[in-house]
Design a binder for this molecule. Structure first.
Ligand code: NAP
Length: 243
């Protein structure tokens, strides 16, 4: 059965890769903010892959932008089946002594507030969906800690905990899970990771490869399909974190 799948931050990286993998037979709501041209290319690929694409622009680091996305979705769809809270980023690297209030707000708004707020406001549409689920993206950084992006790591830790509360609150109708990616080679790192550092990351990963968007897209597909999973976090990281 065709699903309606909202992917935030679907213009590049993991979100784009997931839109392309899940396109076949489905309607993908491709959310973006800065990268309009890239979002349009994702729509073209979704349509080439036998899916339908619908583009929505919104700044998810603000309440106003999140509400714009909710309203745009509500005005076109009576229900959605999947909400993939993927938009996010580390913004920059910094010394712990340089953290200021504005930086904390900026990082938490983008990575944590938006996913919490969208999940809450989209429950009515998900409740009408077919085997609905929410998937949140967290990070290996919330497992291992990361001194140069400490606020980002904490923002993902908060979202990971929220995932379990939401899973309990919305069961049995809506399943809620998270994916904690390791280092995935996407535009995320263009702003925050020098090429030498990417090589260091690769060398430190037991499987000795960097992740690709498809590795996370496949985990998203698995969580959509597996009807016995809720409140879980899948670690997809090449062995960078092991229990
Ligand atoms: N790559 C990694 O190693 C890694 C590891 C762990 C977790 N993650 C998480 O995975 C998710 C996807 O990241 P990625 O690696 O695919 O990086 P990416 O290619 O930079 O994608 C980030 C997405 O977030 C969107 N975004 C950024 N600022 C936004 C804003 N203010 N409002 C709305 N959307 C905004 C971007 O859309 P626009 O460009 O259109 O604004 C983009 O589509 C993020 O939550 C990230 O924290 C990534």
């Amino acid at each position: 059965m065709s699903k309606t799948i909202l992917i935030t931050g679907a213009s590049t990286g993991i979100g784009a890769g997931t839109a392309e993998l899940l396109a076949d037979g489905n309607e993908i709501i491709i959310h973006y903010y800065h990268s309009e041209d890239k979002a349009k290319k994702v729509k073209e690929i979704v349509e080439k892959n036998n899916g339908k694409g619908f583009l929505v622009k919104a700044d998810l680091s603000t309440e106003k932008g999140c509400l714009e996305l909710v309203e745009a979705v509500k005005s076109k769809y009576e229900k959605i089946d999947v909400l993939f809270n993927n938009a996010g980023g580390a913004i920059k690297r910094y010394d712990i002594r340089e953290i200021d209030w504005k930086l904390i707000e900026e990082i938490l708004s983008l990575n944590t507030y938006s996913a919490m707020f969208l999940s809450s406001k989209l429950v009515p549409l998900l409740e009408k969906g077919d085997k609905p689920c929410i998937i949140n993206i967290t990070s290996v950084a919330m497992r291992n800690g990361s001194p140069s992006v400490a606020v980002y790591a904490a923002s993902k830790g908060a979202l990971d905990t929220f995932t379990r509360s939401l899973a309990r609150a919305l069961a049995p109708k809506i399943r809620v899970n998270a994916i904690a990616p390791g280092v995935i080679d996407t535009p995320f790192h263009e702003k925050v990771t020098a090429p030498e550092k990417m090589k260091e990351f690769k060398d430190s990963i037991p499987l000795n490869i960097l992740g690709e968007p498809r590795h996370i897209a496949e985990a998203v597909q698995f969580l959509i399909e597996n009807e016995f999973m809720t409140g879980a976090t899948l670690d997809v990281n090449g062995g960078a974190f092991m229990y």
